[in-house]
Design a protein around this ligand. Sequence first.
Ligand code: KG4
Ligand code: ZN
Length: 338
Amino acid sequence: MKRGEDTYILGIESSCDETSAAVCHNGKILSNIIATQAVHTQYGGVVPELASRAHMQNIVPVVDQAIVDAGITLDQLDAIAFTSSPGLIGALLVGTGFAKSLALSLDIPLIAVHHMQAHVLSNLIADPQPEFPFLCLTVSGGHTQIVLCKDALNMEILGETLDDAAGEAFDKTAKLLGLPYPGGPLIDRYAKEGDPKKFHFPEPQIEGLNFSFSGVKTSILYFLQKQLKADPDFISHHLPDICASAQYCIVNILLHKLKKASLQTGIKTICLAGGVSANKGLRNAIQEMAEKYQWKLFIPEMEYCTDNAAMIAVTGYHRFLAGFSSPLTVSASARAAW
Ligand code: KG4
Ligand code: ZN
């Protein structure tokens, strides 16, 4: 196995509703192609069967484009990294099957990558990179975790959600307000014009570094039911304030636990990852906290926060350097330990 000076890795991501392929050269991204599946919008959520079918249609052109944009040919690749877990099993199987076939035909190593570890390592894409050890708050539509990253191959989950993910909390709140899926970005947009302290939604009291968001949704639901009885147009009259107040509550839940993790571990290098990193309220609040507690804060570019194959390629690169490879019998799994 060639390791070292001139390493090209192809990354493939197909865990949910984005078909993505990327090439990295010595850990630097040369291309990152993402085909987002629009088909799900009309259903108010990702439909697994439709996601698998769309991955089947997209995977060949997306990989082709990633190779072309990187300015290389397939025979220059040293290994193929792919998301093996967690995710929608039918969606994962498309990327897994494709990655295996290509690795077999090119006679190069195959490297299975855990999607959540890759989100953490998306912070290694930009320059300057965070120094190890760092803490990463990963916030997406499916996951909410605080991860202690000791090095590229060694991570520990310090806390995670016991029920809904942060992105789900945004999306479910948006649904209660009659906003289309995914509602997170819309809440963010309306919140900019609203008063975050206008309505109070209580923070759940959860021990340790774990999170819970299901109570937030319920308290917003009961609050709206009560207000709508008095004023049937309550939502349209107060949309920005409701969005700002709900966002304030979700962001506070996230940042209280992150602050606690930093105090407990003594680690002040803090990273953010996942699609909810786009949220302006979260970005502003974490910047303020970073200034207050002298954190070194890293937030990847948006292209690398949402699901993408660049983070899979970079994670694959570090595993390749360490001599890891997966057998061709490796399988995808909807849930897998780290
Ligand atoms: O990481 P991601 O792109 O996909 C996965 O879940 O894997 O995250 C998508 C989630 C959705 O729940 C979406 O509503 C949320 O991130 N999101 C936002 C914002 N942009 C995306 N939530 C709040 N504010 C935003 N600006
Ligand atoms: Zn993800």
